[in-house]
Design a protein around this ligand. Structure first.
Ligand SMILES: Cc1ncc(COP(=O)(O)O)c(C=O)c1O
Length: 445
């Protein structure tokens, strides 16, 4: 038995299945930059980036050095009781890089999910209003609060209720398909109509604390909003004193080429949640927002013993230095444009490529079985991912049929070319019917 097979067998015996979205029998031994090596020595280009949690790549030297230096000084002391420098420096940096020319404060968590819970608490606490509005297809996390915000997977909600009350979901303004299976996208007004109807009939606007958006709806299939939607939504929120918040856990910190992905849309958030890439893979998340909101809860309304761990904060400071010092936001934009140029050609060339979309290095390739009807083709997408994996490119599909192209921002042009060569060749194999009998197990969401 290979080393990988032995690990996977033991995993199946001791690890609870709810903790994984099973994809590939990949047991990673070590990784650097955009390359991962499995326990049997095979190399892969990483286009998944630990679910976009490694924007600065695997084991970058400055981050590794910062972690080691901090570990030697002090591993932890809870910020609930004492102070430490890395926390203060990081809070300061995050307040400065978050859009909005007004005083801000930050608070920390361990993972994106719990900072979304913080968002719920502060939005309710500040406004005194109980309801939160999010989007169908959104994924905000797996704690009780953040899964109550989410509306993406029955298995994520099944058997665990009752969830937190006060959550309402509206359609995401998808710029490719329309609402309720319509082939064409709706207009801004049409997309806003269900929310306006809610506010006019059964959800009093003065009882809505907050609307939470993902700028590109990540796990929902990297959906892009129609032009002008976020501006119109923002104006509607402000008209009713509703806070406008961004869950930037997946799209933030350079993924789309900006610090905060809302910068693309010309409105300023009241609250932003960061996570995933913040500490280069170490557990850390943050909620950053307007000072008056972030000071609306009294101590000790939101404390975690191990949040803002100094090692994680030191790693995060090194991540931010890297993003800035190595110009990785610009690189994300430029590499994204480079990849898009080639991928846009796939839309013309392949019947199965319905759409290519995204910003920076947050790209999605929508695989369809009927280009005119835009029919999702989940099996095709899964088959293409599996074949790419066999050829050494790690990529998954989300939103049913969308290939997730989110490499580390440090990926080289040579690696980008190699990865795209593999995807292109595999799309051709699919079109030629060469993968018709390809075996794929029940993987994915
Ligand atoms: C937009 C978004 N928010 C929140 C989360 C949850 O973050 P975490 O898994 O770190 O708790 C995710 C994870 O995929 C995400 O994509």
């Amino acid at each position: 038995m290979s080393r990988a097979a032995a690990v996977i067998q033991e995993d199946a015996q001791y690890f609870a299945p709810a903790g994984r979205i099973p994809y590939y029998p990949l047991v990673i031994d070590h990784a650097h930059g955009s390359t991962m090596v499995d326990v049997d020595g095979k190399e892969y280009i990483d286009l998944l980036t630990s679910a976009s949690a490694l924007n600065v790549g695997h084991t970058p030297q400055p981050v590794v050095d910062a972690i080691v230096a901090q570990v030697r000084k002090m591993v932890h002391y809870t910020p609930a009781y004492m102070y430490h420098e890395p926390l203060v420096k990081l809070a300061h940096r995050l307040c400065e890089l978050t859009p909005g020319d007004f005083p801000k404060r930050a608070i920390f968590g361990l993972t994106g999910s719990d900072s979304n819970d913080a968002l719920i608490k502060f939005a309710r606490g500040y406004t005194g209003r109980p309801n939160i509005v999010t989007f169908v297809g959104a994924y905000h996390g797996s704690t009780y609060g953040s899964i109550s915000m989410s509306a993406i997977s029955l298995n994520m909600r099944r058997k665990i209720g009752p969830l937190l009350p006060g959550f309402h979901h509206i359609p995401f303004p998808d710029s490719y398909r329309g609402m309720y299976g319509a082939g064409e996208p709706n207009t801004v007004e049409e997309y806003l109509a269900p929310f306006k109807e809610m506010l006019a009939t059964y959800l009093p606007p003065d009882e809505v604390a907050c609307v939470v958006v993902e700028t590109l709806q990540g796990d929902g299939g990297l959906l892009e909003p129609v032009d002008g939607y976020f501006r119109a939504l923002y104006d509607l929120c402000k008209e009713h004193g509703i806070l406008f918040a961004v869950d930037d856990v997946q799209q933030g910190l350079g993924r789309t080429g900006t610090w905060c992905s809302l910068e693309h849309f010309g409105v300023e958030p009241d609250l932003v949640v960061y996570g995933k890439s913040l500490a280069g893979g170490l557990p850390l998340s943050a909620l950053v927002g307007r000072e008056e909101i972030m000071t609306s809860l009294e101590k000790p309304a939101h404390v975690f013993t191990t949040a803002a761990n100094p090692v994680c904060c030191a790693a995060a400071l090194a991540v931010l230095d890297m993003l800035e010092g190595e110009d990785l936001l610009r690189q994300s934009t430029e590499k994204g444009v480079y990849a898009r140029q080639r991928m846009d050609g796939w839309k013309e060339r392949f019947a199965s490529v319905g759409d290519v979309r995204g910003l920076g290095l947050s790209l999605g390739i929508d695989i369809v079985s009927d280009k005119v009807r835009k029919t999702k083709a989940p099996e095709a997408a899964l088959t293409i991912c599996n074949r790419c994996f066999e050829k050494g490119v790690v990529m998954i599909a989300f939103g049913g049929s969308v290939l997730r192209f989110q490499p580390p921002l440090v990926i080289t042009y040579e690696e980008l070319d190699r990865a795209m060569d593999v995807i292109e060749e595999t799309l051709q194999e699919w079109e030629d019917g060469k993968l018709a009998d390809y075996e794929v197990g029940g993987q994915g969401w």
